[in-house]
Structures are given as C-alpha cells and as structure tokens.
Design a protein around this ligand. Structure first.
Ligand code: PLP
Length: 239
C-alpha cells in the first residue's frame, strides 16, 4: 500500500535540499525553526478522497485539482476537515467559472480576460463570499499554440486586469514547462516573475515545478511546487 506520509516527508526533504543548494533558506535569527521559501501543493487529481485524508493527517493542507466535477465531489466529501485549501490548476471553461470561484481559494490556470472578469463577477454577486480569490496567471512558456496559457507579451496586460478586480488578488505566475525543457524556459519565468513583483506588491507566488522538475524549478525561484505522482503514485486513467 502507498505510504503517503513517507512520500510527503521525502518531497519536503527534497525541497529543503534544493533550497539549501540554491541559497534560498531564510534563517530567522533567534528562532529555532525557519519556514520554507517553497510551499508544497499536493496535486490529487484522479486520486480518491481517502488518500487526500491521509495526506491531511500527515500535515498537508493545500491540494490541487484539475477537473471540476471530480474536485467538487472530493471538496464536499472532505468539507469537515479543518484548514484545507483548494487550488484549481486545470484548464478553465467559461461556463465553469461560477463553481470554481465559489469552491476554490486559488486558481493557477487563469489565462484570458473573459475568465478573469467572470470569476470576479461571480464573487461580486455572492454576498456570502468575503475572501478574495487568489489568482496566478498561467504563462504559455513554450509558446506553442496548442498549449494553454497567456503569451509572454500579454502577461502584463492581463495582470493589470486582475489587479483591477475587487474580488481577486493577483498572487503571481504559473507554468507547465514541457518535459525536458531548456533552462532558458525557467529563466524566462523567473525574470517575468521578478518584473511582475516590482509592479504589484501582492505578487509573491511562482507556481513552478512538478514531480520531475522540482529541483530545476526551485533553482529558478519557484515559491510553490505542484506535486502529484511523487506523493500519490502514478495516475492510471486520466493524466
Ligand atoms: C498533474 C499536474 C501536476 C502534477 O504533476 P506530477 O508530475 O504528477 O507531479 C502539476 N501541475 C499541473 C498543472 C498538473 O496538471
């Protein structure tokens, strides 16, 4: 049987190691513990609620999901667990924005104006919803027309639109580099993130790195890695 706690401990050690090797550990003088500059998002797509529960017992609170219907079932089933934070990281259809806005705390895969405006409008309409939705813009780093993500030269225009929305907080950028992408790809994301940070004080998140490129991502300034396979095992059905 898969040992979720073991896997999470291993990933955390790997994150810690990569931070150390890249001079990214912040030491708080006088305090015995230092918080990691890289947070861990556990990607639970296609995996059952029971495994998410195990991860939660192991101390994991942030979970990423790609498919809305599947996610909503798990969010409902696990609603009793304290401190869970749900991140939507999959492609967004505009007719799904209402449910995404009301059930998730973060959306990493925002890549066009229409989606931004719809997410904001749903929250404006919902008087019971008081916390702003955290937004990362997904960047099409490989510039392939087939992949989702905003083009690099359109990132700042879209960031400004998010920043002007009352119910959204611009937190940063997300990317899914293709397998064995060049370092230049990561450097480009790092530069873009540094530029964005200068323009918007709310920006603090570079969502970059998965099971196979975690070290490379941390070497290039990632502040949040999205790990599925290395925590929950291989996915069999969808990918
Ligand atoms: C599936 C997925 C992940 C996790 O990938 P692993 O290789 O299983 O760690 C991360 N980010 C996104 C956007 C994904 O779709």
């Amino acid at each position: 049987m898969i040992n979720i706690k073991n896997n999470i401990d291993k990933i955390k050690a790997q994150i810690q190691q990569a931070c150390q090797e890249n001079g990214r550990l912040i030491s708080h003088s006088g305090l015995s513990s230092s918080s990691s500059p890289v947070s861990l998002l556990a990607v639970s797509k296609t995996k059952p609620a029971a495994l998410i529960k195990q991860a939660h017992i192991a101390g994991q609170n942030d979970f990423g999901e790609n498919y809305l219907q599947e996610a909503l079932e798990k969010i409902t089933e696990l609603a009793h667990l304290p401190h869970l934070v749900w991140h939507f990281i999959g492609p967004i259809q505009s007719n799904k924005t209402k449910q995404i806005a009301s059930n998730f705390s973060w959306v990493h895969s925002v890549d066009r104006e229409k989606i931004v405006l719809r997410l904001n409008q749903h929250l404006l309409n919902d008087e019971t919803h008081n916390t702003p939705l955290n937004i990362c813009l997904q960047v099409n780093i490989s510039n392939e027309s087939s992949k989702s993500g905003v083009a690099i030269n359109e990132v700042f225009a879209l960031a400004e639109i998010v920043n002007n929305c009352d119910k959204l907080t611009l937190r940063g950028l997300m990317a899914v580099p293709e397998k064995s992408a060049e370092n230049a790809c990561y450097e480009q994301m790092q530069n873009l993130f540094e530029q964005l940070k200068k323009s918007y004080p709310s920006v603090d998140t570079l969502s970059l790195g998965m099971s196979n490129d975690l070290e490379q991502a941390i070497a290039h300034g990632s502040t949040m890695v999205r790990i599925g396979t290395a925590i929950f095992g291989e996915r069999t059905n969808k990918t």
